[in-house]
Design a protein around this ligand. Structure first.
Ligand SMILES: [Zn+2]
Length: 164
């Protein structure tokens, strides 16, 4: 059992363990890059991929479910943020803070980056209820780990809450 991250005909299927690794390394990069409100909504989407809360094999998202923005400028800025975070994660950013070695993470990230690069967000977005709204964005930053979390839903960041 696993989870799928998709875009149109493309998809990245990861095992449950692989999903955890993929989200962890992406979250470490996203936490250090957030500037805009949109970035915090994307961070909240990542916190929702926590299988210890949502259920094993019950997560994943499609790029079509993301509200990339209403103008071409907004959409391109949002996409750049995700690409930038993915690239930073691929450079093994803060991997030393994980208590495990993620051997396949760069491969997952590369596939995800390819998918985002070739994805063209639609002009009109029709909410699917997947992408966190303004009031659901990740605002809290765990002081111990300097990683964003989506309080009040989560008690802390993924390093605080995930049993290893
Ligand atoms: Zn923490």
């Amino acid at each position: 059992m696993g989870n799928t991250f998709g875009a149109g005909q493309q998809s990245l299927y990861l095992s449950n363990g692989g999903t955890e690794v993929f989200i962890d390394v992406l979250m470490l990069a996203v936490s250090d890059l957030v500037e805009d409100v949109w970035d915090c909504r994307f961070a909240a989407l990542l916190t929702l991929q926590d299988q210890s809360i949502m259920g094993r094999g019950a997560v994943g998202f499609n790029l079509e479910d993301i509200d990339w923005g209403t103008t071409p400028q907004e959409r391109s800025r949002s996409r750049d943020f995700v690409l930038c975070a993915t690239t930073l994660a691929m450079s093994r950013h803060r991997w030393s803070e994980l208590d495990y070695e993620p051997p396949f993470a760069q491969n997952y990230l590369r596939q995800f980056k390819d998918m985002v690069e070739s994805f063209v967000p639609a002009d009109a977005f029709h909410g699917t209820g997947v992408f966190p709204g303004l009031d659901e964005r990740a605002l809290a930053c765990c002081t111990r780990h300097r990683i964003l979390s989506a309080l009040p839903h989560w008690e802390g960041c993924f390093l605080c809450t995930q049993p290893r």
